[in-house]
Ligand binder design. Structure first.
Ligand code: S6P
Ligand code: ZN
Length: 191
């Protein structure tokens, strides 16, 4: 459903949750269990329950090809084994850059080019990350609190999760002796 009049709203999770046109998705560990590195840790956690890892609230707005969609994402703090909570991540199939703006918490935006190069950008409250078309993006909560950010993208973008499901990302973000470490993912099969 398209939005036909100008509007404004507070950049707050509760404000978006209250809008009838918002699409809310909560991803639990069971929805993304294969993407975490430590499968023993995944199995141990799932044997005791199925924790929510993140939610996103999306206002998709395909009024026309010129429209923008936007959403708020909240990733809870925590780790699966040593790996920090993160989003599934995706490529944009068609042309479409994206802007991320950090609102709360401490994150890393993990990027992957079509030819398998990795890059990481810090996400802090008030900071902006610009994602160029062709780079897959995943967000990792490396802090002690919720990571909350705004994302804005072209409404015509189609999301490709399958490539990530199949090949993963070239890097892992882990806790290492109390610090955040980015290491090579030996199981990455893209290029
Ligand atoms: C959409 C944008 C974000 C993510 C959201 C959840 O293009 O990148 O709104 O959809 O952060 O991540 P994911 O990987 O599950 O879509
Ligand atoms: Zn995206």
């Amino acid at each position: 459903m398209g939005l036909i009049a100008p509007f404004n709203l507070p950049l707050e999770l509760d404000a978006l949750r209250a809008l009838p046109s918002v699409h809310r998705v909560v991803r639990h560990l069971s929805d993304m269990k294969r993407i975490y590195h430590d499968q023993e840790a995944v199995a141990a956690i799932l044997s005791a329950g199925d924790p929510p890892i993140y939610e996103f609230l999306e206002l998709a707005n395909p009024t026309s090809d010129d429209s923008l969609s936007f959403g708020l994402t909240r990733i809870s703090p925590g780790k699966i084994g040593r790996e920090y909570h993160m989003t599934k991540g995706h490529f944009h199939l068609n042309a479409g850059d994206e802007i991320y703006v950090g609102l709360a918490g401490r994150g890393l935006l993990v990027l992957q080019s079509r030819d398998g190069q990795g890059r990481e950008l810090s996400m802090l409250p008030g900071s902006l990350c610009y994602v160029v078309t062709g780079w897959a993006h995943r967000t990792v909560n490396v802090g002690e609190d919720d990571l909350v950010f705004l994302s804005v993208w072209s409404a015509t973008v189609e999301h490709d999760y399958e490539t990530i499901d199949r090949h993963g990302f070239p890097q892992l973000v882990l806790a290492d002796a109390g610090r955040v470490a980015v290491i090579r993912n030996e199981r990455f099969t893209g290029r």
